[in-house]
Design a protein around this ligand. Structure first.
Ligand code: NAD
Ligand code: WQD
Length: 345
């Protein structure tokens, strides 16, 4: 029996693979490496001392995916694979709708054909759009405000329709808030290609000297210091939430939706301050205009996940920043440096 992890070479996927293996699960990874490097999987093996099969295929390649299900006894799927850059989704909406929807529907069809009906799906707090109030609970109205978020919203609907059509399915939809941090070893972490879009990887690259200063997008929001407030969650806490969700879907049928966040919000300036303390580096920053599409404040109501999944985020922002810094300083060029060295050699 094994858990299929789609997008297992990616940021959240690789951390979840470590926790699954440490907890004694067998895993099989599928990833097309469009936004990741196989080195991440080598390091998962190094950290856990466990090897596992990996298939570098696209989820839309139905025959190859079916082959994976025929080769292994899969009993549940954790589906991380997908495109996730908000700005890129505005520029290339068709690519986002095509890839995210087609990969998920192909996966579900192949699962159905192989009698595998337990699924955990990576959704996002982005589906809430502009929240009417905080903390945001799972019953808050959804209304994503960019194509990426709308792909998550549509996939959530597809999964509800699927469960409606066949009650043997068991699906957990997990809405992540802002994942940050890295494994405490510093061996795996977030490895954005190009200039990071998200705050914490950007701060980390300023701290390590790859970028010169952080642009703080707006200081005129209705928040404690005027900068945007978010619910940052340590990626290892997030990974552990998937293990709890796995127990849940094994025990129940139907579809359930959970926010995975800490329930606490921190501003951009608070994050910069925390990162300075964790890294011992000065982080230069400049106040700039608001970024289009940003909201003032977003943090989760986490009671449902706390009570129904018996899960709680335990790591605070000091640990998030310390672990991000360890990863960034040990791997200033992410996994890419290795690829370049290998090509030269
Ligand atoms: P990531 O890009 O690091 O990981 C996604 C992985 O999926 C990558 O390794 C990529 O190569 C692979 N992939 C993409 N399309 C594929 C396809 N068609 N077939 C096979 N593999 C494919 O992203 P992440 O940060 O680890 O995010 C994982 C999931 O969580 C995504 O679905 C993302 O939308 C969601 N999510 C992420 C965040 C965040 O801020 N990181 C927040 C909320 C939700
Ligand atoms: C956080 C705060 C910015 C960069 C995004 C996606 C969301 C989800 C998580 C996938 C905001 C400010 C940022 C910078 C800044 N991903 N900021 N300078 O926008 O909350 O969420 O990632 O599902 O869908 O939209 O995260 O890290 O980009 O921004 O001042 O260089 O930092 O304005 O207040 P966001 P973020």
């Amino acid at each position: 029996m094994a858990i299929l992890v789609t997008g297992g070479a990616g940021y959240i996927g690789s951390h979840t693979c470590v926790e699954l293996l440490n907890a004694g699960f067998n895993i099989v990874v599928v990833d097309n490496l469009s936004n990741s490097h196989p080195e991440a999987l080598k390091r998962v093996t190094e950290l856990t001392n466990k090897s596992f099969p990996s298939y570098f295929i696209d989820l839309m390649d139905r025959d190859s995916l079916d082959h994976v299900f025929k080769e292994h006894h899969i009993d549940a799927v954790i589906h991380f694979a997908g495109l996730k850059a908000v700005g890129e989704s505005v520029q290339f909406p068709l690519k986002y709708y095509h890839d995210n929807l087609m990969s998920t529907t192909t996966l579900c069809e192949v699962m159905e054909e192989n009698n595998v009906r337990q699924l955990i799906f990576s959704s996002s707090a982005t589906v809430y759009g502009v929240p009417q109030h905080v903390p945001i609970d799972e019953n808050a109205p959804i209304g994503a405000i960019n194509p990426y978020g709308r792909t998550k919203q549509v996939i959530e609907q597809i999964l509800h329709d699927l469960v409606q059509s066949n009650p043997n399915w068991s699906v957990a939809i997990l809405r992540y808030f802002n994942p940050v941090g890295a494994h405490k070893s510093g061996r795996i972490g977030e490895d954005p290609s190009g200039v990071p879009n998200n705050l914490v990887p950007y701060i980390a690259q300023v701290a390590v000297g790859k970028l010169t200063e952080v642009s703080v997008y707006g200081k005129d929001y209705d928040t404690l210091d005027g900068t945007g407030v978010r619910d940052y969650i340590h990626v290892v806490d997030l990974a552990l939430g998937h293990l709890k969700a796995l127990l849940k879907i094994r025990a129940t049928q139907g579809v359930c939706t959970y926010n995975l966040g800490t329930g606490q919000g921190f501003s951009v300036l608070e994050m910069i301050q925390a990162f300075q303390e964790a890294s011992g580096r000065t982080i230069p920053y400049r106040i700039s205009n608001r970024r289009q599409g940003d909201i003032a404040t977003c943090y989760a109501e986490t009671t449902k996940a706390n009570t129904e999944l018996n899960w709680i985020a335990e790591r605070g922002i000091e640990e998030m920043c310390r672990d991000t810094w360890r990863w960034q300083s040990m791997n200033p060029n992410g996994y890419r440096e290795l690829a370049t060295l290998a090509q030269k050699g």
